[in-house]
Design a binder for this molecule. Structure first.
Ligand code: FAD
Length: 393
């Protein structure tokens, strides 16, 4: 596992604390030795390998930056580097953890009551229970702030009525964080819905070409009752949802970094091993140029991702910073993985060689947590002061 891989060219470890370095080694070791050998098979079958949950639980990464409640309380840089190391081996695995941890757990951590944190976070941190996070609806993706799932006050709680789409982990999650429009205030509120709530159902979305291991579902909420104690007191408008998204976008930005690192490492090995015209593929100038282009991208992506974390730690990171980071890094990863796919020739389209899987897995990442263009528009609004989401009247 260590000494460093080829993708660690600019000695990125120097920028990490000893604790962050140790976390990186731990995650990389478990992912390479125990998780990598089985993921292609599950990716092909589009099934979730439930038997890896104890291995992921032992890594103690769920809960990331949350302090207390059995959560690891990592620095955001530590949590980010763990995300990259998960994604370096398998992007689905990192998405499973991100939805659970950086979306659902973080929402409870940032917006939940003391009782909710004590009740839900410890078992989620150990992955004894799994969570999902439902914002998107069939009719409202980029325009999520217009969502139409409703929350109506009744004696002792709320009735939630509506649909959600694309929700990762939702087919088996024990805890569902659901956003709905309060029909009295017309504002977005957040609720914790339990798996066995009458009226709740989730159906797996089939035939995805990327992140095939992640179980994305369509959720139907038919008059689901949520008791008062499970309304998240800190979600009172869409802005509160955005606070969570700004942090989780930093984490999502580290998925493409990890994917690109894994792909570069794989290509670097492959080009030296495979021969054509009597010479290793690495001996041809054009292949070297592509390889170095990939390497340059990876080094730049690492530094942008690291800087985002430092801005967050200084308390000065803005939504625009996070959006630009997520969108630009994912764009560069797409270019990197595409070059890698070319360099492997025919093997570049076989899931067995990592790159084809990585190539497909990047597509949903390019789109989720705000599409590439929507994230650029968030940054565009911040730097110009002009929102351009709606066509001129
Ligand atoms: P649309 O909003 O229909 O956009 C289509 C295209 O139009 C895009 O290119 C977009 O950039 C462009 N566009 C839209 N509006 C504008 C505009 N104003 N200006 C310029 N261009 C515009 N959601 C959750 O809540 N929880 C999850 O766990 C979750 N997991 C997901 C996992 C996967 C695999 C995928 C694919 C999605 C997931 N999502 C999840 C939903 C995801 O966040 C949305 O798919 C995303 O926000 C885009 O919405 P949409 O697919 O409806 O695309």
């Amino acid at each position: 596992v260590f000494p460093p891989c080829a993708s660690d060219y600019y000695q990125f470890d120097d920028l990490l604390t000893p604790e962050e370095q140790a976390l990186r080694v731990k995650v990389r070791e478990v992912m390479e030795k125990e998780i990598a050998p089985i993921m292609t098979e599950y990716w092909e079958k589009a099934e979730f390998p439930f038997h890896v949950i104890p291995k992921l639980s032992a890594l103690r990464v769920a809960g990331g930056t949350i302090k207390g409640y059995g959560c690891p309380g990592f620095s955001i840089t530590g949590s980010a580097i763990a995300t990259a190391e998960l994604a370096r081996v398998d992007a689905s695995c990192s998405t499973f953890i991100l939805v659970h941890s950086s979306l659902a757990m973080l929402t409870i951590g940032l917006c939940g009551s003391e009782e909710q944190k004590q009740k839900y976070l410890p078992s989620l941190a150990q992955l004894r229970t799994v969570a999902c996070w439902g914002l998107t609806e069939p009719g409202y993706g980029s325009d999520a702030s217009s969502l139409t799932t409703t929350a109506t006050k009744v004696a002792g709680g709320w009735i939630i009525e509506g649909q959600k789409r694309w929700i990762g982990n939702s087919t088996f999650a024990d805890v569902l964080v659901i956003f709905a429009r309060n029909i009295t205030t017309n504002q977005i509120n957040g609720y914790i819905v339990k798996k066995d709530a009458p009226g709740l159902s989730a159906t797996k979305i089939e035939n995805k070409i990327g992140l095939r291991i992640v179980q994305n579902g369509d959720i139907l909420l038919k008059k689901v009752f949520v008791p008062d104690e499970d309304r998240l007191p800190g979600v009172n408008s869409f802005q509160d949802t955005n606070k969570v998204l700004a942090v989780s976008r930093v984490m999502v930005a580290w998925q493409p970094i990890g994917i690109a690192m894994g792909v570069y490492d794989m290509c670097h090995r492959y080009l030296k091993e495979r021969k054509q015209f009597g010479a290793p593929l690495a001996a041809f100038q054009i292949n070297q140029v592509k390889l170095v282009q990939m390497l340059g991208n990876v080094q730049a992506m690492l530094l942008v991702g690291w800087r985002l974390c430092k801005l967050y730690e200084k308390g000065v990171m803005t939504p625009g910073h996070a959006s630009l980071g997520k969108a630009w890094i994912t764009l560069k990863a797409r270019e990197t993985v595409s070059l890698g796919r070319e360099l492997l020739g025919g093997n570049g389209i076989l899931a067995d060689f990592l790159i084809a899987k990585a190539f497909c897995d990047l597509e949903p990442i390019y789109t989720y947590e705000g599409t590439h263009d929507i994230n650029y528009l968030i940054t565009g609004r911040e730097i110009t002061g002009i929102a351009s989401f709606k066509p001129p009247a």
